[in-house]
Write a protein that binds this ligand. Structure first.
Ligand code: CP
Length: 319
């Protein structure tokens, strides 16, 4: 395990505020956590007595369940808040919602909202550590951490790997966090999309290679990540129809021929099978999509452990 870095009380809004060695420590800790969740008895007492609240103002399957499971595996109490079914529906503000929850003794907040910056506001109102579980089109740092951990676990490093990310680059918070994290960890990232789904100046802003041709984008790739085609974008006229998108940008076995023989296929989920990825690829021997989900629990356990549980020390994690 790396040096004993102090993560105590830290927020996680985006990966730009975490160093290479801190991300390395998160990976090493997640590796230990993964051993724990593979045991018959999957729980450790590290966060006994701590209370964690998940505040979700937007839908989620993976992130929410994964965070809640991670907290429970560490023996924390978990309060699960959704805007639907809460007093937010009666007009209660974000500020009053956080004051109310804080009065009940929450130690850490996990926040998803369609508005960028809400995690920072929750920290301002609560003065407790906040982890961003996705804020609008801005950032999804724990998704990027679990994506990077999944590659690191298979290849031992991200340095020098060619990673190609295909899909709705313009609206994706997953790609933004991954671009920051992967570049930081030394990967060479290429983004590929139709012109209408590519942000302006992507090469300048993210120092990523930009390709509009799928075949060129995947040439020699070590890793290919397909992103969810946000179906609601079709109504905005950003591409002609899903069939056309699937034909030009969908990941098929034919496309994989241009990548490395041992290419890893990833997707953050939820998937639109037959649109951005064909089942023959999603379910192939190259796919680590299901393992990404398992790794999500391990990475989130690592973060909760490091931020609330104390030092990045392997023996603490296993006891
Ligand atoms: N990857 C992801 O954020 O999935 P959910 O929307 O299901 O949480």
């Amino acid at each position: 395990m790396s040096d004993r870095l102090d993560f105590s009380g830290r927020n996680l809004y985006e990966l730009d505020s975490y160093s290479v060695s801190e991300i390395g420590t998160i990976f090493e800790t997640a590796k230990v956590m993964k051993q724990i969740i593979k045991r018959d008895y999957k729980k450790i007492p590290t966060l006994r007595g701590k209370t964690i609240a998940t505040l979700f103002f937007e839908e989620s399957t993976r992130t929410r369940i994964s965070f809640e499971l991670a907290a429970k595996r560490l023996s924390a109490d978990v309060i699960s808040f959704s805007s639907s079914g809460s007093s937010v529906k009666k007009g209660e503000s974000l500020q009053d919602t956080v004051y109310t929850l804080n009065a009940m003794g929450i130690d850490l907040y996990i926040v998803r909202h369609n508005c960028p910056g809400v995690p920072q506001l929750v920290h301002k109102y609560s003065q407790k550590p906040v982890l961003n579980a996705g804020d609008g089109t801005h950032a999804h740092p724990t998704q990027a951490l679990l994506d990077m951990f999944s590659i690191w676990e298979k290849r031992g490093t991200l340095k020098g790997l060619k990673v190609t990310i295909i899909g709705d680059i313009l609206h994706s918070r997953v790609v933004r966090s991954n671009l920051i994290g992967m570049k930081k960890m030394g990967a060479e990232v290429t983004v590929c999309a139709p012109r209408t789904l590519m942000p302006p100046k992507v090469e300048e802003v993210y120092v990523a290679k930009c390709e509009y041709d799928l075949q060129k984008a995947v040439e020699g790739a070590d890793v290919i990540m397909a992103l969810r085609m946000q179906l609601e974008r079709q109504a905005e006229g950003l591409f002609p129809c899903l069939g056309e998108y699937a034909k030009r940008y969908g990941l098929s076995k034919e496309v994989l021929k241009y990548a490395k023989d041992d290419v890893l296929i990833m997707h953050p989920g939820p998937m639109n099978r037959g649109v951005e990825i064909l089942p023959e690829v999603a379910d192939s021997e190259h796919s680590i999509i299901i393992e990404q989900v398992t790794n999500g629990v391990a990475v989130r356990m690592a973060l909760l452990f490091l931020i609330l549980g104390g030092k990045s020390n392997k023996s603490n994690a296993t006891s």
